[in-house]
Design a protein around this ligand. Structure first.
Ligand SMILES: [Zn+2]
Length: 343
């Protein structure tokens, strides 16, 4: 990106109420068959329009064609039985009924490549595409086949790499892997989590990002955050190894979070997507609040490596709130951009 402080979002954006019930995760579709296929495309175009009107620089599909950021990808793989469900604890935090890995996992055909081509046709802005990371994928399943979290993660990394290469060929500029699990399983992240992520990006020429957050603004996450104390130092455990990895961009939660900003120093040299929008509140930030977070981050990130972003996806928010937050992000970045240019 030549533009200073290019803005983007972490991933999901609210869907129109005619497509899926708003403000909930795993919301069932309201349309079927061809109407659903057409409806998803229409929603993608509306969501792109919202981003462009708000002046977002690096745009995305807002995950309009997916029910959930992890589950939808896994639904397209073989080796996972969605009928056979077990209750597991996701990220050591909340119980959910999840599908079972019953055999060798593989990707019979591309998952999001057609959607990415469609988005590419709609805009000449840089586009970012989010995929779940290997560790977050295994944490959302019950495994009765490999019986090893690490082994399954390596298998998923290979599959993600196939998908990522095709997304790159479809014209995606930045491929992002969502790894909220990186904030929970530090030993595994350092043992093999970052290594499997590097397997997922092997051979890619486009830019690559990893998004590590404290989750959507849902109750299970906000309750968990209350137990984390006055300073959230989770990033400290994994940043030294991440700094040495091949990943280009690290996407982080900063706005209203108790993460000490100086931890970003530990990934000096990486591009940083600084979360300057809180997704756990309906209160829309003022541009000045966004600017203030970005100024703080500038102490630890070089200006040409700072990418203003949201803390996480905005799917649980009402659409008008999400739109307001996109505009605030854009306006806040513009304040700081002008300050930097005036120097
Ligand atoms: Zn997130």
């Amino acid at each position: 990106m030549k533009k200073l402080l290019p803005t983007s979002t972490a991933g999901s954006l609210p869907k129109p109420s005619w497509l899926a019930q708003p403000e909930v995760l795993w919301s069932p579709w309201k349309l079927q068959d061809q109407e659903l296929i057409d409806g998803k495309k229409d929603a993608l175009r509306l969501c792109l329009d919202d981003q462009l009107k708000a002046g977002i620089d690096i745009v995305s599909d807002g995950e309009q064609t997916r029910q959930h950021f992890v589950t939808t990808f896994i639904e397209h793989l073989s080796g996972v039985d969605f009928e056979k469900r077990e209750v597991v604890k996701i990220r050591d935090r909340y119980e959910a009924s999840v599908p079972t890995v019953v055999g060798a996992v593989s990707r019979p055909k591309p998952v999001f490549v057609e959607d990415a081509k469609f988005l590419r046709q709609q805009t000449s802005q840089p586009i970012k595409w989010a995929l779940p990371g290997p560790m977050t994928m295994i944490d959302t399943l019950y495994d009765s086949h490999y019986k090893s979290r690490e082994k399954l993660a390596w298998e998923f990394a290979k599959i993600l790499n196939e998908e990522a290469k095709e997304l790159e060929a479809a014209g995606v500029d930045i491929i992002q892997f969502d790894e909220p699990a990186f904030n929970v399983f530090f030993d595994e992240v350092n043992d093999w989590g970052i290594a499997t992520l590097e397997r997922a990006i092997e051979g890619l020429k486009c830019e690559t990002a990893v998004h590590i957050c404290y989750g959507y603004g849902i109750k299970a996450n906000t309750d968990w955050k209350k137990t984390l104390g006055s300073e959230w130092r989770q990033y400290e455990e994994i940043f030294p190894k991440l700094q040495k990895s091949n990943i280009d961009i690290v996407s982080l939660e900063c706005q209203n979070s108790r993460v000490p900003m100086d931890l970003i120093e530990l990934i000096r040299g990486k591009k940083v997507m600084v979360g300057a929008i809180d997704v756990a509140t309906h209160t829309v930030e003022t541009p000045e609040e966004v600017a203030s977070t970005l100024r703080k981050a500038l102490q630890f990130v070089d200006a040409d490596k700072l990418y203003p972003c949201t803390n996480c996806g905005m799917i649980p928010l009402p659409r008008h709130v999400a739109r307001g937050k996109l505009e605030a992000l854009s306006a806040g970045a513009e304040i700081v951009r002008r300050e930097l240019m005036a120097k």
